[in-house]
Design a protein around this ligand. Sequence first.
Ligand SMILES: Nc1ncnc2c1ncn2[C@@H]1O[C@H](COP(=O)(O)OP(=O)(O)OP(=O)(O)O)[C@@H](O)[C@H]1O
Length: 350
Amino acid sequence: METISSRAVPTVQAEREAAIEAVGLCKSFKTPVVAQGRFSGIRSLFSREYTTKEAVRDIGFTVEKGDFVGYIGPNGAGKSTTIKMLTGILHPSSGSVRLAGIDPHRDRLRCASRLGVVFGQRSQLWWDLPVKDSYDILAHMYGVCDADKAKRLGEFAELLDLDEFWDTPVRKLSLGQRMRADIAAAMLHDPELLFLDEPTIGLDVNAKRNIRGFLKVLNEEFGKTILLTTHDMDDIEQLCRRVMVIGGGRLTYDGTVEGLRREIGLPTEIKVTYRAGYVLPRQGDDLIIAADSSFAMRIVSRTESTLTVEVNRQDVRTMDVLRELGQRGEIEDVEMREPDFEEIIRRVYG
Ligand SMILES: Nc1ncnc2c1ncn2[C@@H]1O[C@H](COP(=O)(O)OP(=O)(O)OP(=O)(O)O)[C@@H](O)[C@H]1O
């Protein structure tokens, strides 16, 4: 399915066992109405009035093993609520979840050994203990033997530079260090599925690069299935083959990043450099019409030797654009700039 719509997305039934399968997931939160006026606090205690917030509405999707999926949407769209339902933290109001064929709500223990979860805004490590002690406790809880623990922490330490804060209490870690420590903790029992809720929130460029590099290794070399929510579109572009967009609790897009670009239809910029100048329509004209009138391109800028045009690649093939521009002079070099992903997302979110 590669479409933007306001309707729920039908579930695709995987032929082999899927890593994640969500069917008709809904979650409503009931909150008591806060009374106004005198003694409002006391009256609220006895109030029977509630408002209902439908945070997630009829969401269904399948994620295959080894996939890396981005789950994005504006604030309050329902991302965290979905992750909490997928990981068994929250019970859906209706619908069902299967992780590697297991229901995380019915079979919590069996599921826990198969999945790791990282919440960027909250640590699962023990605040006052040195990082290494948190790992000892987690290894004990998940029944990881000493040899496996040493092997995995050795690998993670190298990839995430854990050595520099091994003995530091968690509360003294920088945000970037804490996030690295948390991701390593989530992977200590070697789960096949990793859920990350905003793992790069608040991090600087270097810390983000480090974490993205690690997630890439986990996915590409260790074959882990990863579902990630983020507000950072570089995370999506650099890591995810597939992106799902949620808005107002509903899934509005499920497909490739490239498909999302096409769907929104923002223009691509093509800049050609000519070896010895070019022939153009009159100065001031900002359109070049193809010789056979089959398409037009808008001129964004021009110098003596370069010409930058905008085309919508949904409507015209790059080859045709270059053939047309090639008739106006000998082309020496071509650069293409795809539409800014942030801009695409702004359009998707509306
Ligand atoms: N425990 C709760 N009780 C009542 N309402 C809730 C609860 N948890 C979430 N909500 C509401 O459900 C909606 C979806 O929230 P959710 O945290 O899933 O959004 P999100 O997409 O993760 O947002 P953000 O990007 O800001 O983290 C919001 O309107 C939120 O206020």
